[in-house]
Design a protein around this ligand. Structure first.
Ligand code: HEM
Length: 335
């Protein structure tokens, strides 16, 4: 992550929190159409046949995982770096590769002796070249945006994560351009791996359980007629489908991964010695019959109740976090 470290420069993760919880949420009405456009443009590039519609047959000309990586990658580039840089093809390709090159390097390094990890890691990332290209362009972008802000010309016109990081950084350490570039790289990592995996499984589950396609289409069309201020809130079946898809296919079998920086005692008396790693086995938790009857069955209506449509009572949404659904991490620390 270009040397990003979670340290005293932002010990309470104020900047990350502001970027994700404040700026991104506040700007969703502006960003949603941008995301929609990137998705609409992305799919046809990987489909062969007539213009996709309910009636026409289309053929996917690339493996599903390559498709979702490309689509999510393009959306991320737009949301992170705005129009100008995301349309630079050399940069766009490098930015889409970089998190995957980084995670492959990380996985290989996990099996190597600690002493050689920094050398091997650096060599592998240098050979891939994607980090160098991203670093070069993002550093230039941050410098340009900082200059625009200093001249009083830029603040309003950019709605992207680069701008949100700049606007949220307060202290001299946080306002160092290098630190900002590192944080942008770290955030790019955070969004680049889990989102394609969730989309991959949603598409695969749609293909396997084709009988739900019509019901989901009908729901989307009905909600579109209602012209709700937040249409996604009306798509309860879609939400339940995604939550069920995530329950059976989390991106990692472990969640809430933590390292004990000092000896820690759990409430049941178990002691975790310093340096040990602990995690929640989310794959097992989300298939536990005590929490989920008939847990191996893919049931897209598991989190959907007809009466939810008319009630204001709490329902379990895809983005809700609880101990039985650690898909998003710890309930106390979900973004
Ligand atoms: C399907 C999509 C996603 C899944 C399944 C997912 C899941 C997770 C999980 C399990 C963690 C670890 C949390 C913990 O240890 O308690 C995490 C961390 C994080 N996620 Fe996501 N995430 C997704 C999408 C996103 C998106 C879209 C963003 C940003 C807009 C984001 C930003 C972050 C950040 C910044 C962290 C690091 C938090 C920290 O450790 O300080 N994630 N995510």
């Amino acid at each position: 992550m270009m040397g990003f470290e979670h340290n005293e420069i932002d010990s309470d993760e104020y900047v990350t929190m502001q970027v994700i919880k404040m700026h991104l949420r506040k700007n969703l009405p502006v960003l949603n159409p941008v995301i929609q456009r990137a998705v609409e443009r992305g799919f046809p590039a990987y489909l062969k046949g007539a213009t996709p519609s309910a009636e026409s047959e289309v053929v996917l000309i690339t493996p599903v995982f390559s498709l979702v990586k490309a689509i999510v990658g393009r959306v991320n580039n737009q949301i992170f770096f705005g129009d100008e840089l995301s349309q630079n093809e050399e940069f766009a390709k490098a930015a889409m590769r970089y998190p995957w090159d980084g995670s492959t390097t990380g996985e290989i390094c996990r099996y190597l002796p600690e002493a050689v990890v920094p050398i091997v890691g650096r060599i592998m990332m240098a050979l891939s070249g994607s980090m160098r290209t991203v670093d070069h362009h993002v550093t230039k972008l941050v410098d340009k945006r900082l200059k625009e802000l200093a001249d009083g010309t830029g603040e309003k016109q950019h709605v992207d994560i680069t701008q949100f990081v700049i606007l949220s950084s307060r202290t001299p350490g946080q306002r160092e351009p290098r630190r900002m570039v590192q944080l942008i790289a770290a955030l790019l990592f955070a969004v680049s791996l889990a989102v394609p995996m969730a989309l991959y499984w949603a598409i695969i589950n749609l293909c396997v359980h084709r009988e739900y396609i019509d019901a989901l289409r009908e729901e989307i069309e009905a909600v579109e007629q209602q012209q709700l201020s937040d249409p996604l809130k009306g798509m309860r079946l879609l939400d339940s489908f995604l939550r069920e898809s995530g329950r059976l296919n989390p991106p990692d079998s472990l969640s809430v991964q933590r390292k004990a920086v000092k000896t820690f005692k759990l409430s049941d008396g178990t002691t975790i010695p310093t340096g040990n790693l602990v995690a929640v086995p989310q794959y097992a938790v989300m298939r536990d019959p005590d929490y989920y009857p008939n847990p191996e069955q893919f049931n897209p209506r598991r989190f959907y109740l007809e009466e939810d449509l008319t009630s204001d009572n709490a329902v379990q949404r895809f983005t809700d976090v609880n101990i039985q659904y650690p898909f998003w991490g710890a309930p106390t620390k979900s973004w």
